[in-house]
Every structure is written in structure tokens, then in C-alpha cells.
Ligand binder design. Structure first.
Ligand SMILES: NC(=O)c1ccc[n+]([C@@H]2O[C@H](COP(=O)([O-])OP(=O)(O)OC[C@H]3O[C@@H](n4cnc5c(N)ncnc54)[C@H](OP(=O)(O)O)[C@@H]3O)[C@@H](O)[C@H]2O)c1
Ligand SMILES: [Zn+2]
Ligand SMILES: [Zn+2]
Length: 348
């Protein structure tokens, strides 16, 4: 299937119009017209080759909502006309322990990313949702609940699941004090989910200007992390902290905010972080952990939870021509919500 798209051809040039052919569909494939795609900070890292593993030309986008246009003869989970979602994964080995446990994000044989991966079906580099049409195996296609706005549902497929999964894994609920570091795409969803799960939420931000947004998303308390006095007065006060900071940083101030038995989960930074004092873990039996997206079953659970509790991201709709400005704005860190690209409108 021939599709229009936007691609980056190297780490320093802007994204520009690009066209390519999607692979031939198999019996298990769902083909879809892409309606919306969220703009994740990972897309920025990937285009700029922050992790030295970008395969150019790269077509980013892994928060995809589309409408099914065609299905293979063995597809049973979706039908033509359905509004569907595709997140960060389009395949995995299905045989390793992680896959058998429904944790495709931890596939031991290497899962297939929605973009920048080698597609096991045709050997080509996968290309993401900054495009007109998509294709994926039905097992990796999610159902978007009817009451969710399709544009707002898009960021749930990465930002939503990335914070929902650890909140559930570490049993966040009533009686717990939760800190969310970084009020951006992931962080603003973490505030909403932690609140919906019954926790008391403290937003921890470097941007004083985001205070009112954080409160509107549900934060009960706020720490301006650039102010040492505010960090000091909240020492040993939180049971669980999720950090979405996208760059290498000193994690000690966040460890110090944990109570006894508290856990700091890193979901933002994918590079080495500065050293920390092991004693600060021992003296309060604190833990540091990490987490990456979520499995397919849990992603559907998160979509259904969002539908039931009316949880949607705050979004600004943009056209694909605005993508380079959106990247600049994300890097300036003053965005407290998510950009979503209206692809149907963009490629009309
Ligand atoms: N683990 C996973 O599965 C997974 C999934 C998706 C994304 N990610 C990663 O998560 C990170 C966040 O993604 P996002 O889309 O939420 O990004 P985002 O919208 O840019 O939000 C990140 C927030 O972190 C804070 N921040 C930014 N730079 C900072 C710095 N130098 N020091 C301290 N705080 C800083 C800012 O919040 P304040 O202004 O409030 O301080 C910013 O709004 C990215 O690195 C992305 O690659 C990981
Ligand atoms: Zn993402
Ligand atoms: Zn596997």
C-alpha cells in the first residue's frame, strides 16, 4: 500500500514529506487509514539519534489511532470500519517467558517496534504513524472504546500505558502518596491515573508556570524542584515516585523524597544517570526501578479503564506541516500536555 508520510533523513535536518509502500498484507493483518498520531518525546530522541541506533529515513509515530480499511482472511479481532489503536509494538516472538506472560515489551528475543525495527515479516525497517496508512498483525491492534475521543485516545497508546503499567504493578491506590516528576506528556497522564486509582498526588516540576495545569489534572500538592527549600520540606514523604525526566540527571533529590519502603520508578531517562548514595536506600529500605510501556493485554485494560473513568489526555491538534515546530516546543520543556497530529486532515 502506497502511503504519504513525514520522515527524517538524518539527525539534524527537519522532517520532510516522504512516500513509501507498506508491505503486502498477510492473512492476519489489519490495514488501516491513520486518523491521529500523538507526538512522543521518544520521537524527538529517535529523530535526533540520541541513542545512536536510528535507521534513517525514520518515520516516527507510535501513538496511532486509525480506521480499519481491510482485514486478512484469518483476522477475527477487528473488522472493516472499526476505530483501532497501535502503540509502540507491532510484533514479538510469542514463545519466550515474557511473551507467554503477556509482557511483550520485555520479549527476550526482541520485539518489533512500530518504527525503527526490522519487520520479521518482510525484513524492512518498520515505519510509524506520521503517515497516511498503516498495517499490523491483529494481535498488536487495540480496540478504542467508543466513548473516547479518537484524537485524545492516541497518546494513551504510549504515554498512557507507560505510566499506567507501573502504577498498577506497584499497587498504587488509596492511602498512598504518589509523586510525579515532570509535567509533560507522560507526567500529566500519571497525575490523572494516580488520582483515579485513589492516591494523593504530588506533582514535581521544574516549571513554576505549570502549577495550575498540574492542579487541574488532579495534583493535590506541588514541589518546584528547582527550589531546595521545597524539596527539603517534602523529604521522606512519598510512597511511590514515577519520574518522566527525559535526560540524564541526578536522582538523589528524588530518592530523598521517598518514605521507608518507597520506590522511585524511572520511565523517562534511557541513558546512564548520575551516581547516588547507596546509604540513602539502605537506611529507609528504598528501591529504584524502571519500567517500559506495557503489554498488549494491559494496554487494552488501560484503554478500558480510561473509558470507564473518562480519562483522556489534554491535547493540541496539529497538522503534519507543524511537526518541526512541535519538536522544538517539546524540547523547550514548556509543554504540559500532548501534541496530536491530525493525519487525515493533513494528507487530504
Ligand atoms: N519507559 C517508556 O516506556 C517510555 C515511553 C514513552 C516515553 N519515554 C520517555 O519518557 C520521557 C518523557 O517523555 P514525554 O513524552 O512525557 O516528554 P515531555 O512531554 O517532554 O515531558 C517531559 C517533562 O520532563 C521535564 N523535563 C524535561 N527536561 C528536563 C530536565 N532537563 N530536567 C528536569 N526535568 C526535565 C519537563 O517537565 P517539568 O517542566 O514539569 O519539569 C518535561 O515537560 C522521554 O525521554 C521519552 O523518551 C519512555
Ligand atoms: Zn512513546
Ligand atoms: Zn518474546
Amino acid at each position: 500500500m502506497h502511503t504519504k508520510a513525514y520522515a527524517a533523513h538524518n539527525a539534524t535536518s527537519p522532517l520532510t514529506p516522504f512516500e513509501f509502500d507498506r508491505r503486502e498484507p498477510t492473512s492476519y493483518d489489519v490495514e488501516f487509514e491513520i486518523l491521529f498520531c500523538g507526538v512522543c518525546h521518544t520521537d524527538v530522541h529517535r529523530v535526533k539519534d540520541d541513542w545512536n541506533s536510528t535507521k534513517y529515513p525514520v518515520v516516527p509515530g507510535h501513538e496511532i489511532v486509525g480506521r480499519v480499511t481491510n482485514i486478512g482472511d484469518k483476522v477475527t479481532k477487528h473488522k472493516v470500519g472499526d476505530v483501532i489503536g497501535v502503540g509502540c509494538l507491532v510484533n514479538s516472538c510469542r514463545t519466550c517467558e515474557a511473551c507467554k506472560d503477556g509482557l511483550q515489551q520485555y520479549c527476550e528475543n526482541g520485539n518489533t517496534g512500530t518504527y525503527n525495527s526490522v519487520d520479521p515479516i518482510d525484513g524492512e525497517i518498520t515505519k510509524g504513524g506520521y503517515s497516511q496508512y498503516g498495517i499490523a498483525h491483529e494481535d498488536f491492534v487495540l480496540s478504542i472504546p467508543e466513548n473516547l475521543n479518537p484524537a485524545a485516545a492516541a497518546p494513551l497508546l504510549c504515554a498512557g500505558i507507560t505510566v499506567y503499567s507501573p502504577l498498577k504493578h506497584w499497587g498504587v491506590g488509596p492511602g498512598m502518596k504518589v509523586g510525579v516528576v515532570g509535567v509533560g506528556g507522560l507526567g500529566h497522564m500519571a497525575i490523572k491515573y494516580a488520582k483515579a486509582l485513589g492516591a494523593e498526588v504530588t506533582a514535581i516540576t521544574t516549571s513554576e508556570s505549570k502549577a495550575s495545569d498540574a492542579r487541574r489534572y488532579g495534583a493535590d500538592d506541588l514541589i518546584i524542584s528547582t527550589n531546595p527549600k521545597e524539596l527539603d520540606s517534602h523529604k521522606s514523604s512519598l510512597d511511590f515516585i514515577i519520574s518522566t525526566i527525559p535526560v540524564s540527571h541526578n536522582i538523589q533529590p528524588y530518592i530523598d523524597l521517598l518514605r521507608r519502603d518507597g520506590t522511585l520508578v524511572l520511565v523517562g531517562v534511557l541513558s546512564p544517570v548520575e551516581g547516588f548514595n547507596a546509604k540513602s536506600l539502605m537506611t529507609k529500605r528504598r528501591s529504584i526501578a524502571g519500567s517500559i510501556i506495557g503489554g498488549i493485554q494491559e494496554t487494552q485494560e488501560m484503554l478500558n479503564f480510561s473509558s470507564k473513568h473518562n480519562i483522556e489526555p489534554e491535547i493540541s491538534l496539529i497538522s503534519i506541516e507543524m511537526i518541526n515546530d512541535a519538536f522544538d516546543h517539546i524540547q523547550s520543556k514548556d509543554l504540559s500536555h500532548r501534541y496530536v497530529i491530525d493525519l487525515k486532515e493533513s494528507f487530504k
